[in-house]
Design a protein around this ligand. Sequence first.
Ligand code: FES
Length: 85
Amino acid sequence: MSDGEISGWQEEPFVVEVKAGDIKAFCMCGLSKNGPFCDGSHVTTDKMPEVIKFEENQTIYACGCQQSGNRPYCDGTHMTLGEDK
Ligand code: FES
């Protein structure tokens, strides 16, 4: 993979249980080895993680394919990937 190239972590969303008061940093550079969460790899890019404080206990679907138009959340784009194969 070349610098900054986005390859995706997996072909479906990560199901993440969060609790009220949790603060999560989601990777937005695509380089984290701990997707969908930030591992600090963005320091080599001009991107920053998306830091979200959750106000209630909930289940979220975090994008795993890195192609969502609503990152860090899944928007269903993953279902259209690979259709040309
Ligand atoms: Fe990326 Fe669903 S996992 S859009």
